[in-house]
Design a protein around this ligand. Structure first.
Ligand SMILES: Nc1nc2c(ncn2[C@@H]2O[C@H](COP(=O)(O)OP(=O)(O)OP(=O)(O)O)[C@@H](O)[C@H]2O)c(=O)[nH]1
Ligand SMILES: [Mg+2]
Length: 331
């Protein structure tokens, strides 16, 4: 049965929301994610009309005249300049998600899913503290409505020292408001740290090997979240009665291509090494992860509640494990 899921992307300005969205379908198509390659998800942009229509209303011809133009434009702008949008409004994008391979039974027996993903401007939901930017009241009201209607919230944060950030107060207030709102539909929250590839720029040819290790991502998340004052508020959302599951992950919309002056690798250039993630079998594992990197995770978790090797719960963040000596490189 077709299910509809509404997902809101929020986060500070220039956090990477629009870029994450722009690289999303490529990431899924290239299996550049931490799910098993056997999951075989597929994700296509669709028109709002198709999202709104019941399946029976869709004529066959509609399948060939899909107007997913807005999403194509977003992708194009991102590919051209590396910058997706810079706006003071919210934009809705629509997708059809299906899972074609091996997945837990509760996932495959449902679906396909029609997703509405709302891309908000950072100035609306998470403005810098003390920074007054004129946002029209009806834009604020629209986002408030969209937040209330959403099953999932994806909070996109740039991977920087959080205590220095001007928007932490605003983010705390947003989480508080979501927690207190009656009648909300919220079931899942994903916090994703963007621009992950920047951590690895000085690691030379090993960069990608480190980036592909989920234990490194977990370590980076633990370090980044240590100083986050809003973390306890997200934990509280997950308490019995809160009814929300929370995950943390990392991503890079740029991934590991030379094109954006990023670390050292483009598997399509002669002489470049190919990379693979240890423990993932099969030919599809080769050339994984080069561009973009893990931007599928937040949206697939938001839609399906399905964990990948790179989505981490509070319990995983809290578990004390032996930290490999390799981590000192990133300290
Ligand atoms: N290094 C790096 N930079 C990125 C990546 N993704 C986005 N950026 C840059 O980060 C900046 C912000 O990206 P956007 O996607 O526009 O951010 P946003 O959250 O949509 O911002 P607003 O719409 O203004 O709220 C842009 O200059 C991008 O080029 C990435 O994966 N790596
Ligand atoms: Mg944007």
């Amino acid at each position: 049965m077709t299910e509809k899921v509404a997902i809101c992307l929020v986060g500070p300005k220039k956090g990477g929301k629009s870029s994450l969205l722009a690289s999303l379908t490529d990431c899924v198509a290239q299996s550049a994610f931490g799910y098993s390659p056997r999951l075989r998800p597929s994700l296509q942009a669709i028109s709002q009309a198709e999202f709104a229509a019941e399946p029976a209303d869709l004529k066959r011809a509609d399948l060939f005249s899909i107007d997913e133009g807005d999403y194509e434009r977003l992708k194009h702008d991102f590919a051209e300049g590396g910058v997706a949008t810079d706006t003071l409004n919210t934009y809705e994008y629509y997708f059809r998600l299906s899972v074609n391979g091996e997945a837990p039974p509760e996932v495959v027996t449902r679906g396909p899913w029609l997703l509405e993903v709302v891309d908000s401007a950072g100035e609306i939901a998470v403005p810098p503290d003390g920074g007054a930017v004129a946002i029209l009241n009806d834009v604020k009201a629209k986002l408030a409505r969209q937040l209330l209607e959403s099953e999932a919230l994806v909070i996109v944060l740039p991977l920087v020292r959080l205590e220095d950030s001007a928007w932490t107060g605003a983010l705390s207030r947003l989480i508080d408001r979501m927690a207190l709102t009656k009648g909300r539909k919220l079931k899942r929250v994903v916090v994703v740290f963007s621009q992950y590839e920047r951590l690895f720029t000085r690691l030379g040819p090993s960069a990608f090997t480190y980036a592909c290790d989920p234990a490194i991502a977990l370590h980076v998340l633990r370090k980044s979240l240590r100083a986050a004052p809003w973390l306890d508020r997200l934990r509280a959302l997950e308490q019995p009665g809160g009814g929300v599951s929370v995950r943390y992950t990392v991503c890079s919309a740029y991934g590991f291509t030379k094109r954006f002056q990023n670390p050292n690798m483009d598997p399509h250039q002669p002489g470049e090494r190919r990379f693979r993630r240890a423990g993932i079998e099969g030919h599809r594992a080769y050339s994984e992860y080069w561009r973009p990197f893990l931007t599928a995770e937040p949206i697939l978790y938001a839609a399906l509640g399905l964990d990948s090797a790179f989505t981490f719960s509070h319990a995983q963040l809290d578990a004390r494990t032996e930290e490999k000596s390799a981590f000192s490189i990133l300290a």
